[in-house]
Design a protein around this ligand. Structure first.
Ligand code: ADP
Ligand code: MG
Length: 215
């Protein structure tokens, strides 16, 4: 069975889809067999993939926002993959609970503002509940995304994440236009501009998550 990375938070617009696609493409490039399950009814991930020439090559993308099909879809995709990346909607719903329940690792993108921090703390409670339901510890990490500069507010958010036990990664993802460009082209920063800082940060994030995913 494949490893399952669920990118989730009940806050919309924090970068779930963006980071999910970018990480999936990175591990595909590393020779892993990667599939994506898009559980967001808005299907942002599926539309992104639909525009693709090379960005999603070799990655099977399936869309299913019916919560009762999520676990089955993950299992089906996982039968032929090393990794299944699950993208979730920007609001708490039953799909999110099922996805978190089957996760090996939950990645929670957080922006440096109060609302994102609040939602990340809420997400931790969702993960704790899913852990209790499934009687296992579900691993999770938060990652600061859309960081403009290392300002006091970024450090403040990071300190809060640590104090709340939300385990921020050492890698922060900067606010970079290349992510937005990539989404129009069905690409990722790795395929569009491999030398760009965005691509470097994605590689760093992926490497940091690897020990928690590929045991
Ligand atoms: N690191 C980043 N730098 C610049 N823009 C970003 C970054 N991450 C996400 N975005 C942009 O922010 C918006 C929301 O991102 P998205 O991945 O769709 O969030 P979510 O899936 O959590 O709703 C999109 O327009 C996306 O291009
Ligand atoms: Mg999304």
């Amino acid at each position: 069975m494949a490893n399952v990375l669920v990118v989730s938070t009940s806050k919309g617009g924090t970068g779930k889809t963006t980071l999910g696609v970018s990480l999936a493409a990175y591990w595909r490039d590393q020779g892993k067999r990667v599939s994506i399950l898009d559980t967001d009814p808005n299907e942002a991930m599926t539309r992104w993939a639909g525009k693709s020439q090379t960005g999603f090559q070799g990655i099977e993308v399936r869309s299913s926002s019916n919560e009762h099909d999520i676990i089955e879809n993950v299992q089906q995709l996982g039968a032929n993959a090393d990794l299944v990346v699950v993208d979730t909607a920007g609001f708490g719903n039953q799909s999110m609970i099922y996805a978190v329940g089957i996760a090996d690792l939950v990645l929670v993108p957080v922006m440096a503002d109060e609302a994102s921090l609040f939602e990340a703390a809420k997400m931790k409670r969702v993960i704790d509940s899913a852990s209790a339901l499934t009687r296992r510890d579900i691993n999770f990490r938060t990652v600061l995304n859309r960081v403009k500069r290392t300002t006091t507010v970024v450090r403040h958010t990071e300190r809060n994440l640590e104090q709340l036990g939300l385990r921020p990664t050492a890698t922060r993802i900067g606010d970079r236009v290349i992510f937005q460009e990539a989404s129009y082209h069905g690409e990722t920063p790795l395929s569009l501009m491999p030398g760009n800082r965005a691509a470097l940060e994605i590689r760093n994030l992926a490497r940091e998550l690897e020990p928690e995913l590929f045991i």
